[in-house]
Design a protein around this ligand. Structure first.
Ligand code: IDC
Length: 327
């Protein structure tokens, strides 16, 4: 059974054209074995900004901006004064899953793809909360089994203990986690693409390329913030691509790694070129009006739908202008 709309307003939807996706070599392919490239938007923390998940807004992104994927950031640990999924009681956990389900249903009705992101961040080692991660992925996999438009991202950014500046998570440690979570998901759902984070805030795709996991339909995360991550990170991407590693940029920003600061136009353009030349899919951070450069909505705009161009921040305008090329 498939719950995703293939037609809308008398036309084939994106899912109608491409169907269930799979991975071959470094490429993301559609059901006709043609390369498909996804472009879209990530929510901010869905615990803080759930109101941006609404049908009218998503329909606008699809129809006007050319978005074909949305990403839902489920913060696993504590951040921005919220305890995250791991610190929540069972009722609240269920409520948080409902927010994701809502988003998935909206994407299904619009016939676009979406990504469920287990957003590890300050809980820098995915093994730290693995019991909760197991609980989350078991529940989500069961609930989303019939949604063929969904992709799973099982650990946003393995990183390090920022308090002690030590304990950087190794690729082996990420694999330990992936080797538990991937089989757990596959037991419930054999088909979905699963994306695995890489060391150092998902920059070290070179390490994954040297020792990839042995499962099918797996991709690897590359994240960049253009004013912080430049040619040296693009070189890691080139190295990995040369080894045929399938890469998905599940998050990027045009500013620096804090999510703020100036947009670096030159580096953003260099990144877009690398990604486009290699048919790599990418998703921009973030859907909110928080007062920071990476937010797509201006801080003084209170709307959560029905945006006009002037409601968008500079990042928002730049992204929209860019994605329209792919409509
Ligand atoms: C940032 C948000 C910011 C928030 C912070 C902590 O933009 O508003 O206060 O997280 O929750 C990442 C992370 C992503 C970060 C983003 C910018 O995946 O959660 O969002 N970033 O710092 N990796 C590199 C940069």
């Amino acid at each position: 059974m498939n719950f995703v709309c293939t037609e809308r307003n008398g036309e084939l939807t994106c899912f109608g054209k491409h169907g269930r996706l799979h991975v071959e070599g470094k490429n993301l392919l559609d059901e006709n074995d043609k390369i498909v490239v996804l472009h879209g938007i990530s929510t901010h923390n869905i615990l803080i900004y759930p109101e941006y998940i609404n049908e009218e807004a998503f329909a606008q992104y699809v129809d006007e901006y050319g978005v074909n994927i949305m990403r839902f950031a489920m913060y696993s640990g504590e951040a921005d004064g919220e305890v995250g999924y791991s610190g929540s009681d069972d009722d609240r956990k269920r409520e948080l899953e409902e927010i994701i389900l809502d988003g998935v249903r909206i994407c299904a009705s619009l016939g676009i793809y979406c990504m469920v992101d287990w957003h590890i961040l300050f809980d820098y080692n995915p093994n730290m909360n693995i019991e909760t991660a197991k609980k989350f992925w078991r529940s989500i996999s069961l609930r989303l089994r019939n949604y063929d438009n969904v992709i799973y991202e099982i650990c946003n950014e393995p990183n390090m203990n920022l308090k002690t500046n030590s304990d950087a998570v190794s690729w082996e440690q990420v694999c330990d986690y992936a080797n538990v979570i991937i089989p757990l998901i596959r037991d419930i759902d054999e088909t979905k693409i699963i994306i695995v984070g890489t060391p150092i805030w998902s920059q070290n795709v070179d390490e994954a390329a040297d020792a990839p996991l042995s499962y099918e339909n797996v991709m690897y995360t590359l994240h960049f913030y253009a004013d912080s991550h430049k040619e040296e990170v693009r070189d890691k991407a080139r190295y990995a691509l040369n080894k045929d590693l399938p890469i998905f940029v599940t998050e990027f920003g045009m500013c620096n790694a804090s999510g703020d600061g100036d947009i670096n136009e030159e580096e953003t353009t260099a990144w877009f070129k690398l990604l486009d030349d290699n048919n790599i899919s990418y998703i921009i951070w973030n859907l909110s009006n928080k007062n920071e450069t990476s937010s797509l909505i201006k801080p003084d705009c209170e709307k959560v739908q029905g945006f006009v161009l002037d409601d968008l921040s500079d990042s928002g305008k730049r992204m929209v202008e860019y994605m329209k090329n792919f409509k």
